[in-house]
Design a protein around this ligand. Structure first.
Ligand SMILES: NC(=O)C1=CN([C@@H]2O[C@H](COP(=O)(O)OP(=O)(O)OC[C@H]3O[C@@H](n4cnc5c(N)ncnc54)[C@H](OP(=O)(O)O)[C@@H]3O)[C@@H](O)[C@H]2O)C=CC1
Ligand SMILES: N[C@@H](CC=O)C(=O)O
Length: 403
C-alpha cells in the first residue's frame, strides 16, 4: 500500500482527491499496488463532505506517521507550504506539488533536501497545469542542447485577453470569470502582473539550462496596460497580443529570461492558443522546434499532472529521480536589452513624428482611434535604441514583435 497525505483542499487539492478516487482502480493497476489517500489537511478546521474522515488539524500527525509515503502540497505560497514541504522531506517522505512560487524561489534547496533524504520532490503541475512539459523536457528531450523556450504560461491572462477580444468583456469581467473557474491565483495580481508566468519561466530555464533562476532576476511585465485598442491595431496587420515567458541561452552559460506582452503573427502556432490553454515552444539542436499544448490551469487538468507525479513515485518509492539543477548566481541572468526585434508602438502624435523618430515604420490603423493617437511597427532593433528613438514621444504601449 502507498499512502498519500494531501495538504490543501481548494481547486487543485479537491481535484487531486477526485482523480485519486475516480480513477482509483486504474491507478492501482498502473502502480501495481494500492494507492490510498490517508490524510487531508486544509486551513479551516471545519470538515464535511465525503472525505471528512480523512481530515486532520495538525500537520505533525502526517509528519510522524511512518506509513505516509507521499505528501501532496497544494496550499500555494512560500509560508506553510515551505514549512510542511521541508518537514515532510526531512521525515523521509516524497513531496509532489503544483506550487510554482515555492519551486521557483526555493526549488534548489528543496531538491537538495530531497536528495539528502533519498526521496523525490516532483512538480510537473507547477508549469503549464495539465500539460506534460517538465518530464518531456528532462527525459524525452534529454539528448538535446536546448537553446530557447517561449511560452504562453499563464491561463488566467490568456483567458482574460481571449474574453476581452472575442466577447468584448471588460478586464474586470474577464478576470472575475477566470477566478470563478478556479484559474486565478489566490492573489490574482500574480497572474495579471506576470509574476506567475515569471515563476514558470524560472522553473523551465532551470531545468533546461541547469542553474536556478530566481524570479527577482527576471524582468517581468504583465497585461494590465494592454488595451482593446492595442489588440485592434495588432489585428489589423495579422497579429495577436500574447503574454510570453521567454528564456534564451546565452554565451558563457548565461540566460536571458523575461516576461512581457508580445505581438505574435497569426501564422505562428502560439497565436492560436486561446482561452485557458497554454503552449510552450522549445528549441533543441537535434529536435528543432517542438511545442507542448493543453489546459494551463483548472481543477482536473492540474490534478492530472499532480497525480501523474504521485503515480511515478508510487511505482518505485526508492528510485533515484533527482532531476535537479545547480545553484543560481547573481550574474546568471542577462537583460533582454541585447535582443533585437521589431516593436509595436502606440503613442500620442502623428505618423510624421513617428517616421521622424523611428525612420522606416509600418503604420497601423483601427476604427475609432483618437486623431491624437498613432500606432506602428518599427524595423528590428534592440530596446535601448527604440527607447532612445521614442524619447520625444508620449508612448502608451511598447511591445516586442515575436520573430
Ligand atoms: N488553480 C489552478 O488552476 C492551479 C493552481 N496551481 C497551484 O496550486 C496551488 C493551489 O492552488 P489552488 O488550489 O488554486 O488554491 P486554493 O486557494 O483554491 O486552495 C488552497 C488550499 O490550501 C489550503 N491552505 C491554506 N493554508 C493552509 C495551511 N496552512 N495548511 C493547510 N492547508 C492550507 C486552503 O484551505 P481552506 O480550504 O481551508 O481554505 C485551501 O484548501 C498553488 O500553488 C497554485 O499556484 C498550479 C496550477 C494550476
Ligand atoms: N493561475 C495560474 C494557475 C496555473 O498555474 C494560471 O492562470 O495559469
Amino acid at each position: 500500500m502507498v499512502n498519500v497525505a494531501l495538504l490543501g483542499f481548494g481547486t487543485v487539492g479537491s481535484g487531486v482527491a477526485e482523480v485519486l478516487t475516480r480513477n482509483g482502480d486504474l491507478i492501482d493497476s498502473r502502480v501495481d499496488d494500492l494507492v490510498r489517500l490517508k490524510y487531508i489537511k486544509r486551513a479551516r478546521e471545519v470538515f464535511d463532505g465525503p472525505y471528512q474522515d480523512l481530515f486532520v488539524k495538525d500537520f505533525s500527525i502526517i509528519e510522524q506517521d511512518p506509513q505516509v509515503d507521499i505528501v501532496v502540497e497544494t496550499i500555494g505560497g512560500t509560508g506553510a507550504a515551505l514549512d510542511y514541504t521541508t518537514r515532510a522531506l526531512k521525515a523521509g517522505k516524497s513531496v509532489v506539488t503544483a506550487n510554482k512560487e515555492l519551486v521557483a524561489t526555493h526549488g534548489y534547496e528543496l531538491l537538495q533536501l530531497a536528495k539528502e533524504h533519498g526521496v523525490s520532490y516532483l512538480f510537473e503541475a507547477s508549469v503549464g497545469g495539465g500539460i506534460p512539459i517538465l518530464r518531456p523536457l528532462t527525459s524525452c528531450l534529454a539528448a538535446n542542447d536546448l537553446t530557447q523556450i517561449t511560452g504562453i504560461l499563464n491561463g488566467t491572462t490568456n483567458y482574460i485577453l481571449t474574453r476581452m477580444i472575442q466577447a468584448g468583456l471588460t478586464f474586470e469581467q474577464a478576470l472575475k470569470e477566470a477566478q470563478d473557474k478556479g484559474y486565478a491565483e489566490k492573489d490574482p495580481t500574480a497572474d495579471v502582473d506576470g509574476h506567475d508566468a515569471c515563476r514558470k519561466i524560472c522553473i523551465l530555464a532551470a531545468l533546461a539550462f541547469g542553474h536556478h533562476v530566481y524570479p527577482d532576476q527576471v524582468p517581468t511585465e504583465g497585461i494590465r496596460h494592454v488595451t482593446l485598442g492595442d489588440a485592434a491595431y495588432a489585428d489589423s496587420k495579422g497579429y495577436k497580443i500574447k503574454l510570453l515567458g521567454r528564456a534564451i541561452r546565452q554565451p558563457e552559460g548565461k540566460v536571458c529570461a523575461f516576461v512581457a506582452p508580445h505581438l505574435v503573427a497569426d501564422t505562428a502556432p502560439l497565436a492560436g492558443v486561446e482561452d485557458v490553454f497554454n503552449a510552450i515552444a522549445v528549441t533543441g539542436n537535434a529536435i528543432g522546434d517542438v511545442m507542448f499544448y493543453g489546459r494551463g490551469a483548472g481543477k482536473l487538468p492540474t490534478a492530472s499532472a499532480v497525480v501523474a507525479d504521485v503515480i511515478d513515485i508510487a511505482k518505485d518509492l526508492k528510485r533515484d529521480r533527482h532531476n535537479g539543477w545547480a545553484s543560481g548566481s547573481p550574474d546568471l541572468v542577462v537583460s533582454d536589452d541585447g535582443l533585437t526585434s521589431k516593436w509595436y508602438v502606440r503613442a500620442q502624435g502623428t505618423m510624421d513624428q513617428a517616421r521622424l523618430a523611428c525612420g522606416e515604420i509600418q503604420p497601423l490603423a483601427r476604427s475609432g482611434a483618437p486623431t491624437s493617437e498613432v500606432a506602428f511597427l518599427t524595423a528590428p532593433m534592440p530596446r535601448p535604441l527604440v527607447l532612445d528613438k521614442l524619447r520625444g514621444m508620449e508612448v502608451a504601449s511598447l511591445f516586442r514583435v515575436l520573430d
